[in-house]
Design a binder for this molecule. Sequence first.
Ligand SMILES: C[S@@+](CC[C@H](N)C(=O)[O-])C[C@H]1O[C@@H](n2cnc3c(N)ncnc32)[C@H](O)[C@@H]1O
Ligand SMILES: [Zn+2]
Length: 308
Amino acid sequence: MIKKVVNYDGYDYDYTKYWKDREYENNAEHLVLDKFLKDKHGSWFIDIGGSYGRLADTYANKFDRCIVLDYSLKTLKKNLHIVKEKFPNVTFIAANAYKMPFRPNSFDGGLMVRVLHHIERQEEYFNELTRILKDDSIYIQEFANKIHLKARIRALLKRDKALLSKEPLQQPTINMEGSRDGDVSFLNYHPQYIKEILETCNIEVKDRQGCSFFRIPLFKKILGANLLTLLEEIFQKLLPNSNIPPSIFLKTEIDKDDEEETSYETLQQILVCPMCKSSLAFGENKAICDNCHKEYIKDDNIWDFRVE
Ligand SMILES: C[S@@+](CC[C@H](N)C(=O)[O-])C[C@H]1O[C@@H](n2cnc3c(N)ncnc32)[C@H](O)[C@@H]1O
Ligand SMILES: [Zn+2]
């Protein structure tokens, strides 16, 4: 059974609160993204499932026009003015990662962090992703690592064989991140599974970095965020390829040969109908698909292109 798209709106889940006491994890992820995006620049960049724009500071000064795409319109509405103040070149768009409202070859770069656990049909998502990214563009994919050290010890103690298989592992979902009663996916992945699926979709892995080596409550309590961040930096350098940490980042490059030269200046030029990918006729706060005639609304400066 295909699970529904996770809807943080429906459960009134405030994701900004999740990060209030997670300074160390936030720093650890910024370390990786700063390394992978060093010397990168370009025109359009997309942060898929970007929520309230937590990671905007890693790309918004490098790319001319950036989009934070998320299914949670409430989160986008609440946080747009905060991000806009710091980064006027960032636009928020409500849409579904499986059905994105952009022309082929629109973006020079993109990332997805802490979202793939909600993506049940990974191949479908990666094919949609490669459609909107240009040939040779950079894409950073983070995923929750199924075989991290704590999980291996736990599995050993419980004699649980689930870790031996490459299949994604569904985690308990009660009251976590906008889900309830297992109604949405919350998947941890075997690194080999992700590698194979990326290869199938012509996404070439160029670099790899384990992240959040010290995501253990006791460490955080005793050592504090600053010291842990320092240790994290050392461990990231020493053990980039390790499967010890719970989170893995892949720096990838899109490889496609159907490249048509594109150079889009404005948002309206890259937007299409997310359902049938046809052009849109724009009114002031409305867009209608030329082909299927579906109507989309812009509310509080945020386009709502959410379709299932
Ligand atoms: C755990 S949060 C991560 C947010 C952000 N990437 C970060 O690391 O701070 C997951 C986000 O993914 C979004 N999401 C999940 N499935 C999605 C989908 N199919 N399309 C768009 N957004 C999705 C949720 O709305 C939520 O904001
Ligand atoms: Zn259409």
